[in-house]
Design a protein around this ligand. Sequence first.
Ligand code: ADP
Length: 251
Amino acid sequence: MTNRPDGRKADELRKMHAKVGVIKRADGSALFQIGDTIAIAAVYGPRELHPRFLQNPEKAVLRCHYDMASFSVTERKKPGPSRRSVEISLVTQKALGSVVDLKLFPNTVIDVFIQIIQANAGTRCAGITAAAMALAHAGVSMKEMVAAISVGKIGDKVVLDLTKEEEDFESGASDIPVAITSYDKSVTLLQLDGEVTRKELSEALKLALKGCNEIFKIQEKVLKEVYTQQPFLEKSGVSQKQPLAASGGKK
Ligand code: ADP
């Protein structure tokens, strides 16, 4: 199939760019761009959780905060939390929670702030992908990585990584954000906006796996670069003589 507005094939991702160490004051941070969608994630912690009654003596509390900047979309978005941002923060926490070794850090909190600075569909997926990189960059112990991508149906065709223009397709589109872990290939996020048949869903999941496998390669490349080029203390901002960022990208 061609006929996608930007000329991509059905199983083709938008151009990607990733970078870690974008926010020096954070314990870990990352930027992930896919097409015109740009997400920045910053991780603070693990640190002691206050007030204390919120602490869990058996494991860390993972808190995710998703927000879309007012200027990220063409028509200014009303600032502040919304039902949508609360929902996305929650599904992000669920998508990442199973891979983080929370039992290693009892009584602590790990805060993950995700800011969408430019939106053109797939923002929750870009946010999850950036957040997983930021957690790894912070040195938080993780069993595996997580990447996320949206798949969907435009007309009767299943395609990977929809743009906003495709999501708004006049005769209807279905959007399926999916997050997958790098080793077990477990699905940690699966949402559906629209209608698909069982066969289409299975086709969509295969496409999502293909997309996530491409994203894992970029995540790994960028994280390996920063850890092999710089000792841990420099990465964490103790010495700031060298640039902190490494970057990688598809194509
Ligand atoms: P996702 O961002 O994960 O695709 P949604 O399906 O909620 O989640 O949103 C689809 C797209 O719609 C977003 O990526 C963004 O481009 C756009 N969008 C969401 N909220 C707004 C808003 N308040 N104003 C303008 N565009 C928005």
